[in-house]
Design a protein around this ligand. Structure first.
Ligand code: K1U
Ligand code: ZN
Length: 168
């Protein structure tokens, strides 16, 4: 297993739309193992392959208290089950240090495949429903900062660009 570097906003590669997975092979298994290790090391509750510059429709999530229940979602989609929304102060490993309130549908039906290619569904609410929507946004080249005002987004962009210049 290996840690993979995480791209940070405003890196344009985060805007790439990921392609569906068609090969359920050893390379995919290694990718998911690396993503789980990278998510835990970064202390995140989710990670999309797009964030490590791999533009395939692959996500990992672990919303358990003990951080011992990683879930892998290949080619995930969701249907909204409840039009009611919930607000949550979202963070993002690609936008480190910033949290903003985002409103999303509170209950969704997740449809995905596992690493072997078998289809499954999960009726999700709470943090899992929020996290899967945030991660699927990554696969579509979208970030949580796209839901906030341009003024706030531009402020975050310039602070991160300054931090990147300092660390270069
Ligand atoms: O996609 C990512 O960058 C991972 C992101 C997932 C996420 C967090 C909060 C709301 C929606 C999606 C993170 O894990 S950022 C870290 C974080 O916010 C967090 C970490 C531990 C517990 C709770 C939140
Ligand atoms: Zn994110």
């Amino acid at each position: 297993m290996a840690l993979r570097p995480i791209l940070e906003f405003p890196d344009p590669r985060l805007r790439t739309v990921a392609k569906p997975v068609t090969a359920f092979d050893a390379e995919l298994k290694t990718l998911t193992e690396d993503m789980i290790e990278t998510m835990y090391e970064a202390e995140g509750i989710g990670l999309a392959a797009s964030q490590i510059d791999v533009h395939k429709r692959v996500l990992v999530i672990d919303v358990s208290e003990e951080k011992d229940s990683p879930q892998v979602f290949i080619n995930p989609t969701f249907d909204i089950l409840d039009q009611e929304t919930q607000d949550y102060d979202e963070g993002c490993l690609s936008v480190p240090g910033f949290y903003e309130t985002v409103s999303r549908p509170r209950r969704v039906l997740i449809k995905a495949q596992n690493v072997e290619g078998d289809a499954f569904e999960i009726d999700a609410d709470g943090i899992l429903a929020i996290c899967i929507q945030h991660e699927i946004d990554h696969l579509d080249g979208k970030l949580f900062v796209d839901y906030i005002s341009k003024l706030k987004r531009d402020r975050i962009r310039s602070k991160l660009e300054k931090a990147h210049r300092k660390s270069a």
